[in-house]
Design a protein around this ligand. Structure first.
Ligand SMILES: [Zn+2]
Length: 773
């Protein structure tokens, strides 16, 4: 463990053409807009109700306070780097309101105070008191750092002291939050105040997690309890994969990293390394986000990274960046900072519109044209998460140790840092992320020996560096940093060159959703195609592998971007390959233009894609099921029966399909799915790929199944010539004596206490060479 010190965001000045205008928009548009939305949505009014002692009239979800706190945190960061008396006064007024709403024992939560007085701490799993408290602590620390005032900090410490009087080792009570956040926030409060009890409480929440407390709290029998959604299924030390709700998982791991970096607990550190590698090597989108599935706002199985249905919540990208930043400080390895950069320039920045007043909650990598940013949300976690990240941005850029200055982000501007005992001023001149040339001027207070460590981004090959105009031959690279270890004197000049060719990027072949597709990336920026830039329909385009792609600076477009242009092929009709063999229709050459992914949906609405085919799309071979009408014994609003014969075969049962056919919430009952054809079909086989969402839902493998056919108005079982098998992650096939019929049923016995679902049910025409038994 190295344990670097971050250079505080207050010591970093950002003066470039990329981030500075966005941060100005954040300051003058997004932050005031958020505060106004919090007024309109009722977050502030709820707090006023609590302050008045009202017991009705509460509006919104249980976690309304958390969005207010995140906005206060963003506003505080903004005040620190850009004083604004009007904003400061507005914060003072809100802080007075919080003080008035705080109970005499320190407790402060508008939902419980107004709506459920007397029921504090009765539902830690779902009701988010500890989560809201965490966001309060983060905001209070930010406000204290920005203004030096203790008004908000005192409210936070009173509340933290109260929470500390409730939770802890016996005789205090066991518990931890359903939505982690307070762990990392208590660490911030400990650092700001020096009060060891806050660290100990964070450690208590971290180390006890996984004791299946939520099963006890909700009287769930342990044999039926799956706590993975809340990361409560195994002791914290035993996690192997990232799992469950994505924001919860990454906030938790951030808090665990904070605790472990202090205690040096090797069991926790080993777990963190394992889970971070699983997250970033198997579960991270190219745009830096995590959590593919809407159903649990989280993870499914490794390599399940669909594009059209990508959930990639903005908050989850923020959470992964926060966690990776902590690991970057712990180990001084550029791989962690690479993840920070990818998230900041792509998945987080896409979360806000160019004008700063519309936000994405869900960030898909493909759209048919109907996905747009909104001014606000009923669950408004994401907008203030983007605003606080932009306001804090400088805090991710630099770090120091006793003998090194680390540069993690290349942003034009300046910074003041202390390497060992030597104050160092740093000036950075660059057009990053559009150009990889970075000029750094170092001015130590007096000549001093230390290492300047410049991150070589993971996307970069052949980085070159010169010191005082002399090229450094074969520079030393350690843990992804280019190391310049020398005696530095005032006004020394360093020139770093990070070449930025346009790159075609392929996904790991295990990512089924990206097979046969490539994405375009240049430097840290991931690109997408929007329909409004293309001459042909986006769905018809494919990208030849070898043709040149050109980068062009367009200062007037989307706030100033580099676009990528070249030629694509346009297949006249993507369905032309439905037949087994057919002459290839000649593809037309058309112009292609790509824009940064973060900038999409700022012009006229239309389809969008990050991943592009490299050849004309081929449709999978389809059986009789493709022409069948589907009916189910039972279906509800979140069931999509058409998923059962949409031809999309998963790589595993746990994958979350775009259209999910299941019988949930029925459990333990006998159910069926039916295919009906308009003319009789001759069949002797069938196969089923079962859906099983263990870890996030209640579908499991069925207890049993069989096929029945319609015979003159009666349903009869087919004469199976082999047993009906039930297994995960593969086709379960059965052959039977041929029948001629207009309808088949898949009869399913749901397992006790659980539902079941089907990814795909295939029925092929009877093979004429097979006479049956
Ligand atoms: Zn969110």
């Amino acid at each position: 463990m190295l344990k670097l010190r971050p250079v505080p965001f207050t010591d970093v000045r950002i003066q470039d053409s990329f981030w500075a205008p966005r941060r100005e928009t954040n300051r003058v548009a997004s932050i005031p807009f958020s505060l106004q939305q919090l007024e309109e949505a009722g977050n502030l009014e709820d707090m006023r109700l609590a302050a008045r002692g009202a017991t009705n009239g509460f509006r919104g979800p249980v976690f309304m306070d958390s969005d207010l706190y995140k906005a206060l945190e963003a506003a505080s960061y903004s005040l620190a780097t850009h004083p604004d008396p009007a904003l400061e006064k507005q914060l003072d007024d809100i802080i007075s309101l919080l003080a008035a709403a705080q109970q005499s024992d320190g407790y402060l939560n508008s939902y419980y105070t107004v709506k459920e007085p007397g029921r504090r701490w009765t539902n830690l799993r779902d009701c988010h008191e500890l989560y809201c408290a965490g966001h309060m602590f983060e905001a209070a620390v930010a406000h204290f750092q920005a203004t030096g005032k203790k008004t908000f900090l005192n409210i936070a410490t009173r509340y933290a002291d109260y929470i500390d009087s409730v939770f802890g080792p016996p005789p205090k009570r066991l518990g931890y939050p359903g939505h982690p956040e307070i762990e990392l926030a208590l660490i911030k409060l400990w650092r700001a105040t020096g009060n060891q009890r806050y660290f100990d409480l964070a450690r208590f929440f971290v180390e006890n997690r996984g004791r299946k407390f939520f099963a006890t709290e909700h009287h769930t029998p342990l044999d039926r309890y799956d706590g993975s959604y809340w990361q409560d299924d195994v002791p914290i030390y035993d996690h192997r994969n990232i799992e469950g709700h994505a924001v919860r998982a990454a906030y938790l791991m951030s808090g665990v990293t904070d605790v472990a970096s202090q205690t040096g607990d090797t069991r926790l550190l080993t777990m963190l390394g394992r889970v971070w590698r699983n997250t970033t090597q198997r579960n991270e989108y190219i745009t830096g986000g995590i959590g593919p599935s809407a159903s649990n706002e989280g993870f499914t199985v490794d390599y399940d990274l669909p594009n059209l249905t990508a959930y990639q919540e903005t908050c989850a990208t923020v959470a992964l960046v926060q966690w990776s930043h902590r690991l970057a400080l712990l180990y001084g390895d550029a791989a962690y900072a690479d993840v920070v950069e990818r998230g900041l320039y792509n998945g987080i920045l896409s979360g806000v519109s160019q004008d700063g007043t519309r936000f994405f909650y869900v960030n898909p990598l493909e759209s048919t044209g109907n996905h747009h940013r909104s001014p606000w949300f009923g669950c408004a976690c994401c907008p203030p998460n983007v605003t606080r990240t932009l306001a804090f941005l400088g805090g991710y850029a630099y770090a120091t140790s006793d003998d090194s200055l680390y540069v993690n982000l290349y942003i034009q501007g300046s910074a003041r840092a202390k390497v060992g005992e030597t104050p160092v001023a740093l000036n950075v001149t660059t057009e990053y992320p559009w150009d990889g040339k970075v000029a750094l001027e170092l001015t130590p207070a007096s000549s001093a020996r230390f290492a300047l460590r410049l991150r070589v981004p993971g996307w970069c090959e052949r980085a070159a560096v010169a010191v005082n105009r002399e090229t450094v031959p074969a520079p030393v690279i350690e843990r992804g940093y280019l190391v310049l270890d020398r005696e530095w004197k005032p006004a020394d000049q360093v020139e770093l060159d990070l070449p930025m060719p346009v790159q075609r990027v392929a996904a790991n072949p295990q990512v089924k959703a990206d097979q046969g597709l490539l994405a375009i990336q240049r430097g840290p920026i991931v690109y997408c195609l929007e329909q409004c830039d293309q001459a042909a329909p986006l769905a018809s385009l494919w990208l030849p592998q070898e043709d040149p792609l050109n980068a062009t600076r367009e200062p007037g477009l989307l706030g100033g971007v580099v676009t990528i242009t070249g030629e694509a092929c346009s297949a006249p009709d993507p369905r032309w390959r439905r037949q087994l063999y057919q002459a290839a229709a000649p593809a037309q050459r058309v112009a292609l233009k790509a824009i940064p992914y973060y900038a999409w949906d700022n012009r006229q609405p239309g389809p969008m894609k990050v991943w592009l085919p490299v050849s004309p799309p081929i449709q999978p071979a389809r059986g009789l099921e493709a022409q069948a009408k589907v009916t189910l014994s039972f279906a509800n609003d979140n069931c999509q029966p058409q998923g059962i014969n949409d031809g999309l075969v998963p790589t595993s049962s746990g994958e979350q399909p775009a259209a999910c056919c299941h019988w949930w919430p029925h459990k333990g009952t006998a159910e069926w799915a039916q295919y009906t054809w308009t003319t009789p079909v001759q069949v002797n086989n069938s196969k089923v790929y079962w859906f099983d969402d263990t870890g996030r839902g209640e579908c499991r493998l069925p207890a049993s199944w069989r096929i029945e056919y319609l015979d003159q108005g009666d349903w009869k079982p087919v004469a199976a010539t082999e047993p009906y098998s039930v297994a995960k992650d593969k086709w379960c096939a059965v052959r039977f004596a041929p029948v001629k019929t207009t309808a088949l049923r898949l009869e399913v016995q749901l397992p006790p206490h659980f539902a079941a679902g089907v990814h795909e049910w295939k029925v092929d025409e009877a093979d004429e060479a097979d006479p049956g038994p």
